[in-house]
Structures are given as C-alpha cells and as structure tokens.
Write a protein that binds this ligand. Structure first.
Ligand code: MN
Length: 241
C-alpha cells in the first residue's frame, strides 16, 4: 500500500469507520428479499410433499429433518433474538455476515440457529421433486471453472464425502465472480465471517448424519450419489443469474 492509499484508508477508518467496516464485512451478494423472511421467524412449508424426494431421501428423514431439526433452529433463533431487540429488524443474511457485531452471550446461538434456519430454508429449495438435468448453459458456466461438469461433480462430492463430522459442502459465487467449493462445520455457511471462502451460496449439501442416517447409516457417499439425481439445477441457475 502506498503512502497516499494508506492515508486514505486511515482517514476512512477514523472518519467513516462504520461505513468502511460495513463495506469490508459484506463481501457477498444475496437476493433483494431475504430468503428466510423476518423476525419472528417461522418454519416455512416445504414446496412439495415429504415423500417427493423418494427414493433419494426417504419420507421419514424429510419429516424429522423439517419438523424436528429445522423447527428447533427456528425456535432457538427466535429465543436468541428476543433478547436483542436492536438486531431483530436486520435481514438474517446481514446478521450472519456480520456475526462479529452480535453480542457474545447470543452470538453462538445466532450462529448455530440462524445458520440452521438459513441453511435449511435453502436446502428445501435445492431439492427437486422430479429428477432434473442441468441445462447446457449451466454446464458451460460450471465447465469454465471446473474443466467439465463431470469434474465439478467429482470435486464437490469429494469435498462433501471428506468433510469430517457435521456440516455442509457449498458452491459459492465469490465477490470476484468466481465459483468455489468450500465446506463449513456445523451450521456455518459462506455468508459468515468464519467461512474459508465467502460469497453467495448457489448450492449447499447437508452432510449432517440427520440428513441421511435413517436410510443410509454410515454410507454418506451413497446418499450423495442419489441426492445428485434430485438437485434443483433450475434454482441453482437462477442464483447464478
Ligand atoms: Mn440438516
């Protein structure tokens, strides 16, 4: 950094610290409307019946995942926000991307349950009630950065299989317009400052055991191979838009 830009940065920090910091800590673009609605958050209905993703994901897993796990994230997120009136009006995407500004007693609860609510709202939209082929234009866009569709599939599924413990595998559109694969632990996601790659998630794969254990037990790679047939590539493509 040369002297002039150092001084400019210093002045920006000193005089306009807040707006400078906001620009720095929001390196993602999401859609105009929040994906998850607003506080108090509610469990969204699935856009299809519980049995719609059979046989890749069984009905019982879908039910427990939605009515059990997702509902609990929503309730615990609301509880944490109840104690933080000044954060209630922030879109969840902003809250998650600026977690370092959330007071300590509630930060972990918002990270885990806000992440849980956002990730699962996204997850239901990423599942397709009917098998879909990715469009030629989507395959071309992907091939620009991952060599080929086949190589993209291999890299993403490998990341998902190898992720240790609970978490998610993501495809992220970075602020520079690149596509990257990253995994996050627990309910973290690429909006959060903790993610190794930050940006706009265009695809996320739930690799928590609760997402597959009833049907697949320890066979995560079999779950992923079957899930691949039921991803909503049309939705993914709209996010790349
Ligand atoms: Mn889950």
């Amino acid at each position: 950094m040369d002297r002039r830009s150092f001084l400019m940065t210093f002045a920006a920090l000193a005089l306009g610290g807040v707006s400078w910091a906001r620009r720095r800590t929001k390196p993602y673009v999401w859609m105009e409307a929040s994906l998850t609605g607003s506080y108090p958050y509610t469990l969204p209905d699935l856009p299809y019946p519980y049995e719609a993703i059979e046989p890749a994901i069984d009905t019982q897993t879908m039910k427990v995942h939605h009515q059990g796990h997702h509902a609990t994230y929503v309730n615990n997120l609301n509880k944490a926000l109840e104690e933080l009136p000044s954060f209630q009006t922030q879109p969840l995407e902003d809250l998650l991307s600026n977690l370092e500004k959330v007071p300590m007693p509630q930060r972990t609860a918002i990270r885990n349950n806000g992440g849980g609510h956002w990730n699962h709202t996204f997850w239901w939209k990423l599942l397709a009630p009917k098998p879909q082929e990715p469009s030629v234009s989507l395959q071309k866009r992907i091939a620009l950065e991952f060599e080929s569709w086949t190589s993209f599939r291999a890299q993403l599924l490998e990341a998902a299989v190898k992720h240790f413990g609970s978490g998610w595998a993501w495809v992220v559109l970075t602020p520079a317009g690149k596509l990257r694969i990253v995994t996050t632990p627990n309910q973290d996601n690429p909006l959060m400052p903790y993610s190794d790659v930050r940006g706009k998630p265009i695809l996320g794969i739930d690799v928590w055991e609760h997402a597959y254990y009833l049907k697949y037990q320890n066979r995560r790679s079999e779950y992923l191979a079957n899930l691949w047939q039921r991803l909503n590539w049309e939705y993914v493509e709209t996010l790349l838009g």
